[in-house]
Design a protein around this ligand. Structure first.
Ligand code: TGC
Ligand code: FAD
Length: 403
């Protein structure tokens, strides 16, 4: 066994960065550089305005340019289409830094990168890639992803949105509705999944301004208030055939995109957890009750110790998953496990951290309640907590428990 060097400096460093197992040593210089760039931008441009945006339930549109500049849109896609040309760990790190501030902002970026740019890159024609990807990467154009329908959430295979030939040789006619769509109220384009005349699911790019296409906003959310959510309504929308994604047919199209987005969420959730842990840890050292800081009471130490243990386990899980993603070896079931575990971990930490702040925990003076409410959406979207458990169940038993 090699000799250990348990230095105090090592420990202090780890505490400072909440990197208990010195995971940074597994990252490259480029990873750390990009993390610092995004972290600095978040601190300067996002953190000061996020609470106000959430309180007002208004997406801060002016941050889109900055998100594009720090490379938050499609960093994992090839540079030849104006994208970042980086690896999946970089993508994860960026999602983590954004969600450390707010899940809603990470949502905006992960929808754009994984659910709009990725399907165009993976299943689009060369013309579609050149037309849309460079603008989407810069944030000059924003997109949304329409899979969920009012009557088909966990079971998207049952979707009723459909298109048929317009008879002019050039267009199809799209009808139906999608709901709970992130970015819908302001998106310039929507990647919509709809059935063709044979009942096969295809992806189709619908552009704002097409007649019969509207995007009413969803109001009164208590969660993801800094993210804009809406419906996509298609009333005899005439869409050029050249907007259909040629490279895929069937439910595996949208589900392949979800693999990428769910992977990003597994990193993002750690960001929210870290912010809650960090806030509770600092508060526990400052808040005095019964003559000493509450961090000196065993009950509070138990909460903090369990938080950093769970964060550390989640960091190890995502790092390994990132390596498998880079090698093209990650399975959908592995991604489901990480998304489910890490979001649940973050939600539990948010709930415990909120209690540690007592009454102050419910105010906007601290970010914990906002994270907690946001995570109630994150645990539901991109496949619910239950659905991901059933995916693991099916993977290990070979038995399908969905229906
Ligand atoms: P099933 O029969 O199992 O599969 C149909 C076809 O799809 C293939 N497949 C996958 N392919 C790639 N990746 C995956 N993860 C895949 N899972 C399945 C499968 O091999 C099959 O292919 P083929 O060639 O044989 O046709 O499908 P099912 O109808 O039984 O459904 C399975 C289930 C329940 C796991 C799936 O429907 C599911 O994941 N449901 C959850 C729905 C969901 O996650 N919706 C998310 C909507 S988007 C969103 O929430 C964005 S929020 C973003 C934000 O704001 O950040
Ligand atoms: P349902 O499917 O009706 O599920 C209700 C409950 O039943 C859940 O607890 C679920 O786990 C459980 N359940 C369902 N089936 C089973 C089963 N077989 N076994 C056991 N339990 C089951 N969708 C998009 O397409 N694009 C987006 O950009 C998008 N953004 C979103 C943003 C927000 C803020 C929210 C809240 C949602 C968003 N969604 C989006 C939709 C999201 O993906 C769905 O809400 C999610 O997939 C669940 O569908 P549902 O809400 O219809 O719940």
């Amino acid at each position: 066994m090699s000799e250990h060097n348990f230095t105090r400096a090592n420990k202090q460093d780890a505490y400072q960065h909440h990197d208990y197992y010195l995971m940074d040593e597994l990252l490259s210089e480029e990873h750390i550089l990009i993390r610092n760039t995004v972290r600095d931008w978040v601190k300067r441009d996002l953190s000061p305005i996020i609470e106000d945006a959430a309180q007002k339930a208004a997406f801060p549109h002016h941050i889109i340019k900055g998100l594009g500049e720090v490379g938050a849109f499609g960093p994992q896609l090839p540079a030849e289409y104006g994208c970042g040309g980086m690896d999946y760990i970089t993508y994860g790190i960026i999602m983590q830094e954004l969600e450390r501030c707010d899940s809603g902002i990470r949502s905006t970026a992960s929808v754009q990168g994984s659910l709009v740019m990725y399907p165009i890159y993976k299943f689009g024609s060369e013309e579609q890639k050149h037309k849309y990807l460079p603008k989407l990467a810069k944030g000059e154009m924003m997109g949304c992803f329409g899979l969920t329908e009012p009557d088909h959430g966990s079971n998207p295979a049952g979707m009723v949105t459909n298109f048929k030939d317009a008879g002019d040789g050039k267009h199809v006619i799209l009808n139906g509705a999608k709901m709970w769509i992130s970015n819908a109220p302001f998106a310039d384009i929507a990647v919509v999944w709809a059935k063709n005349e044979e009942g096969k699911i295809k992806g189709i790019i619908v552009e704002r301004g097409m007649e019969g296409f509207t995007t009413p906003e969803t109001h009164n959310k208590w969660s993801l208030r800094a993210s804009a959510t809406g419906e996509l309504v298609f009333n005899d929308v005439k869409v050029p055939k050249e907007n259909i994604l040629p490279g895929v047919e069937g439910l595996k199209g949208p589900l392949t995109c979800l693999n990428s987005a769910r992977y990003g969420i597994s990193w993002g959730a750690i960001g929210a957890a870290l912010d809650c842990y960090d806030t509770a840890l600092r508060y526990s050292k400052e808040r005095v009750q019964f003559g000493k800081p509450i961090g000196g009471f065993q009950l509070q130490q138990k909460k903090l110790a369990e938080m950093i243990t769970e964060i550390t386990k989640a960091q190890l899980l995502t790092w390994r998953l990132g390596v498998l993603m880079n090698e093209g070896r990650a399975t959908p079931a592995q991604i489901s496990m990480a998304k489910r575990n890490n979001v649940d971990m973050a939600l539990t930490i948010a709930r415990n951290a909120r209690q540690m702040l007592g009454g102050m925990g419910i105010t906007g003076e601290y970010p914990i309640m906002r994270h907690m409410m946001n995570l109630e959406s994150v645990v539901t979207y991109e496949g619910t907590h239950d659905i991901h458990l059933l995916i693991t169940g099916m993977d290990i038993t070979g038995e399908n428990a969905f229906s």
